[in-house]
Design a binder for this molecule. Structure first.
Ligand code: MG
Ligand code: ZN
Length: 229
């Protein structure tokens, strides 16, 4: 009974995600799903990206949060369109929520929409939102041993951001050890070490962001749902 219900929910989510993907492809809008733990630096990354691309890339943001609008207010202060999604305690976003948020964004006037998922490195990995690209953000303060501990999230990433590199000397974080662990769980995504506050490494990340266009055929990201979360 439990298993059947879970399968039905998963199927409904996948159908809503596919509809989001087709809708965004028709509009020529790239959707980027940003995953990471609480405090990983997801909002700071979006702030820095918006500042660096101002006037050249039309960005909208969907902010996932359990209860507050704190991150949404930070983004809105930069003058970009933002939709706040409060899950009322639920620990991930699903494709239906994102569909409703997309209806509140001026898609015709946007090139790219970032979704900041609820701070959580576990179950958001199992929910396809209809994104064309998925980014996992891990801060140096979380430690370089995380890919092996959260393989589903890292394996599904199209890009991995290692944030807070200005803290390297205090954390003992080894980028070499991190990348070895990342490759050992089957993640082939590019890694972007950066400091959103100091600005180091941001150029490479921003170049990756520019390079992303929606898949014209609205094709599914096949690696999102290969395994159960
Ligand atoms: Mg945030
Ligand atoms: Zn969840």
């Amino acid at each position: 009974m439990q298993v059947l219900l879970a399968q039905k929910l998963t199927q409904a989510n996948d159908e809503a995600a596919a509809a989001n993907r087709r809708r965004l492809a028709r509009r020529g809008v790239t959707l980027v799903n940003v995953l990471g733990s609480p405090g990983a630096g997801k909002t700071a990354l979006l702030e820095a990206t918006i500042a660096r691309t101002s006037g050249r890339l039309r960005i909208g943001v969907i902010e996932g949060d359990l209860w507050t609008a704190r991150d949404g207010e930070r983004i809105a202060a930069l003058g970009v369109d933002v939709v706040q999604l409060n899950t009322g305690g639920a620990c991930h976003l699903d494709a239906g929520m994102v569909s409703r948020a997309l209806s509140r964004l001026p898609l015709a006037a946007l090139d790219l929409v970032f979704v900041e998922n609820v701070g959580n490195l576990v179950c958001p990995a199992a929910f396809d939102l209809g994104e064309s690209h998925r980014v996992v953000v891990l801060s140096m303060t979380e430690g370089d041993d995380k890919p092996g501990k959260y393989p589903t999230a890292f394996r599904s990433a199209d890009a991995v951001v290692v944030s807070k590199t200005d803290l390297t000397e205090y954390t003992g974080f080894s980028l070499t050890a991190f990348e070895q662990d990342l490759r050992s769980v089957g993640c082939r995504a590019p890694v972007f070490p950066l400091s959103a506050l100091g600005g180091a490494g941001l150029d490479a990340w921003v170049a990756w962001t520019y390079g992303n266009r929606p898949r014209a055929d609205g094709a599914s990201r096949t690696h999102v749902r290969k395994e159960k979360g």
